[in-house]
Design a protein around this ligand. Sequence first.
Ligand code: KIV
Ligand code: ZN
Length: 501
Amino acid sequence: MTDRLIIFDTTLRDGEQAPGIALTPDEKVAIAHQLGKLRVDVLEAGFAASSPGDFEAVSRIATEVRGPVIASLARAHPDDIDRAAEALAAAERFRIHVFMSTSQIHMEKMLRMTPEEVLKASVEGVKRARQYTNDVEFSPQDATRTDHDFLIEVCRAAVEAGATTINIPDTVGYATPSDFVELMQRAFREVKGDRDDVIMSVHCHNDLGLAVANSLSSIHAGARQIEGAINGIGERAGNTSIEEVIMAVRTRQDVFGVDVGADTTQLYETSRLVSRLTGYPVQYNKSVVGRNAFAHESGIHQHGVLRDRLTYEIMDAASVGQVAGQIILGKHSGRAGFADALDKLGIVLEEDAFARAFEKFKQLADRKVQIGEDELRAIVEEEAYHVSGDIVLLGLHVTGGNDVTPSATVVLNVAGATKSFTGEGDGMVHAAFAAIKEGFGIDARLVDYRVVPVTSGADAMAEVNVVVRVGGDTFAGRALHTDVVEGSAEAFVEALNKASS
Ligand code: KIV
Ligand code: ZN
């Protein structure tokens, strides 16, 4: 019988730790619902004790999302564990994921704890988590740079204390497939042994580009859970890409001998949603979910594929939900055509959201000749997650060019009154931001700014993402537009509205 590989998704926890990502609780819940549709087994919703926002997201996901086991990360500290349990209480099934650093450098420089203290805190952490649930995962952070004997000692103690999953993280992406397999084989032998109630898991980072390879190799050493994030997002170079693991295991069952419970046809949609809401673009040639993953350019390849798809394709695009776009709308398309297109894409909107999306569609269709599937999805997502605040952008006028200092005038509706503000900058976008800042009267620092075309072509729509820091907090804004300066201004207004709410 084929063994089951557990897919542990940490897009909303480790993935969300990537720089420049600032998801709202609503956006996290939307991603969690999509991960539920993808049928991941475990969904790490956040790190409940890390902030009130994370607590809210974990508890809302625990309340609203059904299907996956919902997990929260927690340090091996009583307050963290209690907070995780509190946030998870409403879940159908939940897991507390306790972690503790075990490498010499982390213990000495970060924790300032001795190995004996680390061992004791790990055991106490697992025992405390077990008071709330039978499903407890333990992770020795920086495992691959930990002294192996000590690593085994801590993991064995965690199992004795009640941990049911032992996860071996390659926290800094240092391992290679061969040394990782060797370590996993030893951990499997000496930690799990013949205990059927313990699952060995892996959690790899991608600093050397080896996260997926390391994760998959460890299946041969007995790992039956792989952790990762959609599109491979995460700290630094990111985490294992969940979509790559799922498709590798499905496509090469002859090699891995395990299967997953995922609905692979949801992969593309999940990737797009994560990309859109995080503002992290998916590289064109990314395996499985990249827009070129099933595109054939050279004549020889096209010829082969026309005769028989299998000449150059090892997976079917439809099996990951990448289907050729056949929907084209334009400025003459009406409400019925728009509704029909959404229907074909399987998108269901409430009346209000439909009206907003239709309005945005009309605005964009007026400026652009054709609106395809990618653009439609972008419009819907933009309207579904748009946060309208107290201040509304009514107009923007920018001037600039050779030898002229770029300047901008914005017209804002502030508490019912229409007011104009001006600003200057190094470029037109910068000038627009200066004018908007003036209008909000907030000291905001722009920490991230990204413009991603939704489709190609001179009249392409662009999605603009901005992240601002106000005090110690970051806020993201997003907008979709055919004009980059106007889109930038709208995204900036959204971020500042969030900051001032
Ligand atoms: O990379 C890591 O070590 C982690 C742990 C908290 C599992 O994310
Ligand atoms: Zn990690």
